[in-house]
Every structure is written in C-alpha cells, then in structure tokens.
Write a protein that binds this ligand. Sequence first.
Ligand code: DLL
Length: 433
Amino acid sequence: MERYYQKEIETASREEITAIQDAKIVKQVQHVWDNVPFYRQKMEEAGVSPADIKGIADLHKLPFISKDDLKEQYPYGLLGKPLKDCVRIQSTSGTTGRRVVAFYTQHDIDIWEECCARAITAAGGTDEDVCQVSYGYGLFTGGPGLNGGSHKVGCLTVPTSSGNTDRQIMFIMDLQATILCCTPSYAAYLGERMKELGYGPDDIPLKAGIFGAEAWSEEMRHSIEETLGIKAYDIYGLTEISGPGVSFECSEQKGMHVNEDHFVPEIIDPKTGEVLPDGEQGELVFTCLDKEAFPLIRYRTRDICVLNHQKCSCGRTHVRMRKPMGRTDDMLIIRGVNVFPSQIETVLLNNGYAANYQIIVDRINNTDTLDVQVEMTPEMFTDNIGEIADRQKVLVDGLRSMLGLKAKVTLVAPKTIARSEGKAVRVIDKRKI
Ligand code: DLL
C-alpha cells in the first residue's frame, strides 16, 4: 500500500493545488518586492509590479533569475529576511568561481525537511526503519536535508556522512540499516566493496536506497539494485531551491513528483526563454512559493528536463519531472554533436560494465577528440590483447550508434579509476584548460 507523509496535500486535486499556488505566489511576490531591492529593480525593469500578479497563471510575466545573478549578489544581496531571522546557510560544492550561499529561516528548514520526509515515506520508510545517511554533512545539502527528513519520519537515523567505506558497511550490517541515502555513484562503490567483502544481496539488510545529487542512468539503477538487493529511488534538488526533496520518486518510478505546494516548475526554451508545453524537453525553472530567507523566483536551474501532468497511479497528484539527463553546462559539444555523459553511461552498462568510467575530451589539430576510459569488471578482466580489442570495438560501435560520433575506447584494469564518495567526476575537458 502506498504511504504518504502528508497525504492531503500530496494527493490534492489540481484545483486545490492551483488555489494554494495562487494564494502563495501573490504573497511571495509582495515579499520580494518589499524586502529584496534586487528583485524590485528586476521587476521594474521588466515593467511588472505585484499588482500584475494575481495568481500562478501570471508567473510568466516575472523575470528570470540566473546563477550569474546569484554570483553577483553574493553573499547577502538576495536575502529576504533580516539576519537575525536566519538560522543556517548551505552552500554548493561548485568547483569554480564564487560559491552559491543559500540562507534558511527555521520555517524554511522545516519545509525542506518535510519534503525530504515525503521522499523517505514514498520509498517505504516508517518509524520502524534504520536510515543511514551517507551523503556529505556540512555545507552540502544532502546530509542535513535527508537527516532532517529521516527524523521527521521517525526513522532511527545513522548520520555516517560520506567516506570511510568500511565503517559505512560495518554500520549497515551491525545496525541492520534498511534505508541508505547517498549519491548513486557512492551506492555503486559501496555495493562493489560489499561484494568484495563477501556480502551478497540476501545478506544485506537494506531494502531501499534514496539516491540523487547527480545524473544517473536506468542501467545504473538496475545494477545498484541487483548488487545491494534493494529498490533504488531517485531524489532531486538543488541548494538554491533548498536542497534534496524538491522532487522525489514514488513506487511507480515513472518520474519524480515535484512538491508543488512549495515549488512551481516550468520548462523553458533555454535560448528564447519561452515556456514550453508538457512533454517538451527544455530547461527546468523553479519558483519557491514559501521560502523566506532565499526566495528565488523563476530560477533557471540549467537542468534539462521534461514535465508530465498525467495522473500517477501512486495517488500523488503533483506534477512529475523526468530524470534530468544532464545540465546545459554539462553537455559536451564534441565536433558539433551534443553529448551527455549519461548517454555514454547507458552504452557502457548495457554492455556489462559497471559505472566506473571517465570521459576525456581534448582538441588535437583543431579536431575534438573523445576518449572513454572504462574499467573492466573483475569477471571480464584479461590481458589477452585480441580479446581487449574485440571488447573495445563493441563499445566504439555502441557509442557510435548512441551518439553518432566516433569515440576512442580504452579498457583499463579493475580499480584504476578513482571512486567517488560524493558526486562523481566523470568528465575531464582539456579543451577548457
Ligand atoms: O545535489 C542536492 C541534492 C542532495 C539532491 C542529495 C539530491 C540528493 P547541488 O549540489 O546544489 O544540490 O546540486 C544541484 O545536482 O541542479 C542537478 O544538476 C544535479 N542533481 C541533483 N539531483 C539530481 C538527480 C544537490 N536526482 C544539481 N538527477 C542539480 C540528476 C541531479 N541530477
């Protein structure tokens, strides 16, 4: 039987959801107009004022906000509440330039944790469960968000944070953890290490995993599910919009339900900004309806996605978003062809490899090169050159038919590609260096 954390709102009718959104957007626009000079200026430039926003149908009149705006307003420029009302910051793991710092009031944190509680409940979590949170704690939102959600559900929470893999496994086995929260790449690594230590899926007490924070393919889901003997659920979110739990998968696993009573998604054409209809792929944009301290409106995520308003048989009525296939800024353009790392991952996993790979892009004699380094699994490992060449050719052909592009494939020995405890680094683009 499907479980809900907040059944009434999670299964509300479309009319009820729209009524909630209508009331909240009017209030939120007034809040940013009154309290964030940056927004007032942006709205004035766009020729809109709070009086023009009578409901969610008027959302399109409001200007977008971009990651560049966030960087320019760093650190306090977008603050919607006095500092005395703010109780926490979280920050992105961005590797270049200024970090994004997001602020929270206690009310913001309560809502965020409720969203994570909805996700844990949708994955079957109850107060009987032992939930191990192996996302990083600290500035990253993964650990704190799922930790708070797990408390709200009443699970026994095991805050291991990321890293120290053998200790993670000790806690899973000794405490009989039933739910694991971490990135999919770390889940794959934990599975690999557990197998090495002699634990098969039937020995492992876990029943569900709540994995997100990076793009991962369906093939990777199946492989993790098999190794750990669990059902793996996707969870999505971003620091700017609170953190994990902006959307989450239900038992149907046909897209992630967006918590629409708090966040309104739109899909736009990234070039023109035009709002696209259901089913069309474009850039995902979010408006936060309740956030007090960091109230982003029409924030361009750069994630490429599709929305689906069709009814879901789990009973939830909130719109679903497809697994994001990548980010506009992660998309590689190789010899003019758009390539997402997730497409490469699909080819590798379909051919029996694990998700241990690295994509190296370079430009040699004015031509882009794509080199995919893939680890052989211990079962397929060989030093027979002919066999390796045959295997490499199968992958080259697979990549050509997936991408329409000739790649070089290099098979490497097991365990030669660094494992990740958080978000995996899949791409090395030497063209930018
Ligand atoms: O990754 C928040 C999070 C933590 C989500 C734990 C889920 C679980 P950031 O570090 O700000 O926040 O990165 C946000 O990560 O814009 C997406 O590009 C990507 N992302 C997050 N979840 C998914 C997912 C956290 N399930 C950025 N599938 C987002 C694909 C994801 N990409």
